[in-house]
Design a protein around this ligand. Structure first.
Ligand SMILES: [Zn+2]
Length: 236
């Protein structure tokens, strides 16, 4: 038997027979782990502060062959911002789903943990909306799906004109001429296009509304790439 000690974000939780539960943890040093919490529904002494989705915990896990048994846990931060309003809740659910899927694509899990931790902790804190955008942006980089924004993905010509089509299937923007051949995707406003192509210091000058549009666009795009449907809404 081996003991693993560290910190994690709870990505998912399900109930098993009797009072046992199973949690999916995105950990700081051990990747993603499915762990069983024996009698966790009843034991408040061993699992201080509870085990809920989005929570940041400290854990001690016993590894017996292929089985991970959650021995003890202590709540560090329940990420209460996620429960503050419906928008936050949907965003948090979505971030967690993306993080869960990244693991299956062999994303370096420890970076997924830190990005998720910061994104959840700053959820909808107006000045830190960019952290959520950054989480999605880096997730796209991790899976090698950086959208092409500098030129048309179909003909490589520079983009001119007011209408900018972001084509999910082509993986980036498409010019007016090529959009006549393939018009799938969605038109994005000039300001959003400028935000998406801005460098880090320029990006600070954009208003909240534009950053939100960027979050929604990248969220839809990464869901499309990872094959995740909009099941977040089922939480409601
Ligand atoms: Zn083109």
């Amino acid at each position: 038997m081996k003991t693993l000690i560290g910190q994690a974000i709870i990505l998912d939780k399900s109930e098993l027979k009797e009072a046992d539960i199973r949690v999916l943890l995105s950990t700081d040093n051990f990747g993603h782990i499915y762990a069983i919490g024996p009698n966790a529904k009843k034991s408040k002494i061993r699992f201080v502060g509870g085990l809920n989705t989005f929570s940041h915990i400290e854990f001690s896990i016993n590894k017996k062959e292929e089985l991970f048994i959650l021995d003890e846990s202590t709540l560090i931060d329940e990420n209460g911002l996620a429960f503050e309003n419906i928008h936050n809740f949907i965003t948090a659910s979505s971030l967690v789903e993306v993080a869960e899927k990244l693991f299956t694509l062999n994303n370096p899990a420890e970076t997924a943990y830190y990005k998720l931790k910061f994104a959840l902790a700053h959820l909808d804190n107006k000045k830190d909306l960019k952290l959520i955008f950054s989480f999605l942006n880096h997730s796209l980089i991790d899976i090698g799906e950086i959208p092409e924004l500098s030129a048309c993905t179909m003909c490589q010509r520079a983009i001119t004109g007011k209408k900018i089509l972001f084509n999910y299937y082509r993986g980036g923007i498409v010019c007016n001429i090529c959009s006549k051949k393939d018009n799938r995707g969605e038109n994005i406003p000039q300001n959003l296009y400028k935000f998406l192509t801005a460098n880090a210091s320029e990006a600070n000058n954009f208003e909240e509304r534009v950053v939100r549009q960027g979050i929604f666009l990248y969220e839809r795009y990464i869901r499309f790439k990872l094959g995740i449907s909009f099941k977040s809404f089922l939480f409601l």
